[in-house]
Structure formats: structure tokens, C-alpha cells
Design a protein around this ligand. Structure first.
Ligand code: DGL
Length: 274
């Protein structure tokens, strides 16, 4: 029986991470789920993000996924710890759920020479303070500045991200971040949707600033995890199959999702609330 790796996001954003993961681990089986019907998660409460994420994790377990990656910073910030510490021990002790914040925090300091890093993310990710807390563990000398960008995911999810209206909000939030610390030389796109507007973000930044997206970082970290956990690696099936599911309209998911994933996709509907 297939035992795929599950990849989760509130919507399309996780496809930017999934793309890098498939490049690194092409022989594995994967199931992607976008909770588009309830996205964006960014402005929702801890309780709601936990409830939605846990329902989705349970759905992955029913699809026989022993390992689930929350390719969503908001879900990683607001739900992962509680799922790992409180929910998993009661459900299936052998299954694992991993996020994107820790693997990113482990390496982000290496990109900065000035030791000043900026974080752009959803309201939920920024107010959780997860990045400053995690980065401090690995790089205590790094100064972290943060800026919430509450309009960016709604604009991207609605296909309005390449418009003058989107540019207004991108400039506003990018400038607010840079105003916090003139020494920032590295900016982390701490939302898996943001690689889609990378070129627009660059327009409002000095050229020397490094813009870091998480796809390759998370993919390398997963390769490393599987090498360190052969007991998990042995459970995972490897037939190069990719399946896509959405909790909303499949046609719209296929059309928009292919832009995030970089190739045509065909999704199926999933009701995670059953
Ligand atoms: N892609 C999710 C993240 O990385 C986003 C967002 C949302 O649903 O607001 O945070």
C-alpha cells in the first residue's frame, strides 16, 4: 500500500515548497492538500488555525501518510507545537508532523553579513514571534526585525498580485520593514505564498539585499531528516506518484496551482471535516 509524504498548506503557497521537495526527492510518493475553502489562515485565531490544521493532519493520516509537512508558516507558527505535543501522542505515536519555521531558523543567519535579518510574513506568523524566538536559539547575535503583510496572501489567492493595487501594499510593507533597521541585508519570505511576488518585492528594495525563500531550505532539511530517520524512510513508498487535493473548487485549483507548482496539475476534491 502507498504510504506517501503529505504536504499541507492553507491554499496554494505550499506548492512553492512542494516543487523544491519533489526536485530533491523525486522517487517518493506525495499527497498535497490545500485548504483553499478556508484560506487564508493568516488573520485567524490560534484556536481556529489549530482546529483546521488538525483536521487536515487527520485527513492525511487517513490517506496513509506517515509523515506530514506543514508547508505553511502560519500553521507551523500557530498549530504545530500543539499538534506535536498534545494531539499526536493521543493519535498515532509513530506518525510525524514537521513544519517550516525551525529548518529556516537553523540556516537563515548564514545568509547575513550585517547580522540584521528582516522577516516578512502573515499577521499570524509575525504576532506568534516564532521566528525571533527560533532564530535566537541558533544565531543569538542576529538582530531580527519583522513586518506583517496582511493583504499579500488575499491578493495572491485572488490572482490580483500583479496589479498596481498589489504594488501599493507591497511597497508599504517592505518600506515599513526597512525603516526598522537600516542594516538589514537579508529578508526572509516567511510565507510560502510570497515567492510568487518576489520580483515585485525586489522593486522596492536596494539591490544588495538578499531575498530568501524557503523551498530549497525546507527540501534540504527533509532530505536530512529522512537520512537521520531510516525507520521513517523505510515506511515511505517510492513510486514517483504526485496527488493533489483541495477543499474547494478543483478547476480553479488546477488553474492557479499550476503557476505556483511550475507545471500542470490535476486536483481532486477533499472534505477534511468528515
Ligand atoms: N502560505 C501560508 C504561510 O506560509 C499562508 C497563509 C495564509 O493562509 O494566510 O504562512
Amino acid at each position: 500500500m502507498a504510504q506517501p509524504i503529505g504536504i499541507f498548506d492553507s491554499g496554494f503557497g505550499g506548492l512553492t515548497v512542494f516543487r523544491s521537495i519533489v526536485q530533491q526527492l523525486p522517487e517518493y510518493d506525495f499527497v498535497y492538500l490545500g485548504d483553499n475553502a478556508r484560506s487564508p489562515y493568516g488573520n485567524r485565531s490560534f484556536e481556529t488555525v489549530h482546529e483546521y490544521t488538525l483536521q487536515s493532519v487527520d485527513w492525511f493520516f487517513r490517506q496513509a501518510c506517515p509523515l506530514v509537512i506543514l508547508a505553511c508558516n502560519t500553521a507551523s507558527a500557530k498549530a504545530l507545537r500543539s499538534i506535536q505535543q498534545n494531539d499526536l501522542p493521543k493519535k498515532d505515536r509513530d506518525n510525524r508532523v514537521l513544519g517550516v519555521i525551525r529548518p529556516t531558523a537553523e540556516v537563515i543567519g548564514h545568509f547575513s553579513t550585517s547580522k540584521s535579518v528582516g522577516i516578512l510574513g502573515t499577521q499570524g506568523t509575525i504576532t506568534s514571534n516564532s521566528y525571533p524566538i527560533e532564530i535566537k536559539h541558533f544565531f543569538p547575535e542576529i538582530k531580527v526585525s519583522q513586518q506583517a503583510c496582511p493583504m499579500w496572501v488575499p491578493l495572491i489567492e485572488n490572482g490580483e498580485h500583479q496589479t498596481a493595487g498589489a504594488d501599493y501594499f507591497i511597497e508599504k510593507n517592505v518600506c515599513a520593514l526597512m525603516a526598522q533597521d537600516e542594516n538589514i541585508d537579508t529578508i526572509l519570505l516567511a510565507c510560502t505564498h510570497y515567492p510568487l511576488i518576489q520580483e515585485q518585492i525586489k522593486k522596492f528594495l536596494p539591490e544588495h539585499i538578499k531575498l530568501i525563500s524557503q523551498g530549497d531550505i525546507v527540501a534540504h532539511s527533509l532530505v536530512d531528516y529522512l537520512q537521520r530517520h531510516p525507520e521513517m524512510d523505510e515506511r515511505l513508498s517510492k513510486n514517483r506518484s504526485l496527488s493533489f487535493f483541495t477543499t474547494d473548487d478543483t478547476k480553479s485549483f488546477d488553474m492557479k496551482g499550476s503557476v505556483f507548482f511550475g507545471q500542470a496539475i490535476q486536483s481532486q476534491f477533499a472534505d477534511v471535516t468528515i
